[in-house]
Design a protein around this ligand. Structure first.
Ligand code: DQA
Length: 147
């Protein structure tokens, strides 16, 4: 099983970006940890980050038929991008949404996710650990779909 890990805008700056909100782990730290968890789970990871909405959509199109599911933190596009949700439904890629911060406890404009209605589930507010929980949950969900 191959799992895509897709990170959206400004997440390349994790580590120095608003550490009080997003923590001090870099995206490289998070990805390295996910690689270890993936090894434990017997799955492979494809990791990508892009700042542009179209770039993220192109990455998903490229993953069609290549990955079995996606862990995604779409950053601010979470709250605005019907196009990104359409890319998930168009590619039929199952996904789990992750946010470092608790988007429901933040500004009103961050409390709605355009992606959530198409997702298997969401992990938010648990910091960088949320990526691990998202990966474990996605692999479990995909395994039970196949069984
Ligand atoms: C985020 C929350 C979003 O509102 C924000 O725009 C981000 C990061 C999170 O991981 O908490 O870029 O997705």
């Amino acid at each position: 099983m191959i799992i895509g890990v897709l990170n959206g805008p400004n997440l390349n700056l994790l580590g120095t970006r608003e550490p009080a909100v997003y923590g001090t782990a870099t995206l490289a730290d998070i990805t390295a940890h996910l690689e270890r968890v993936a090894t434990e789970l017997g799955v492979q990871i494809r990791a990508a980050q892009a700042n542009g909405e179209g770039q993220l959509i192109d990455i998903l199109h490229g993953w069609r038929g290549e990955v079995d599911g996606v862990v995604v933190n779409a950053g601010a596009y979470t709250h605005t991008s019907i196009a990104l949700r359409d890319a998930f439904t168009a590619t039929a890629l199952p996904f789990v949404e992750v946010h470092l911060s608790n988007i429901h406890a933040r500004e009103p404009e961050r409390r709605h996710s355009m992606l959530a209605s198409a997702s298997i589930g969401m992990v938010c507010g648990l910091g960088a650990d949320g990526y691990e929980y998202g990966l474990r949950g996605l692999v479990r969900a995909l395994g039970s779909r196949r069984a």
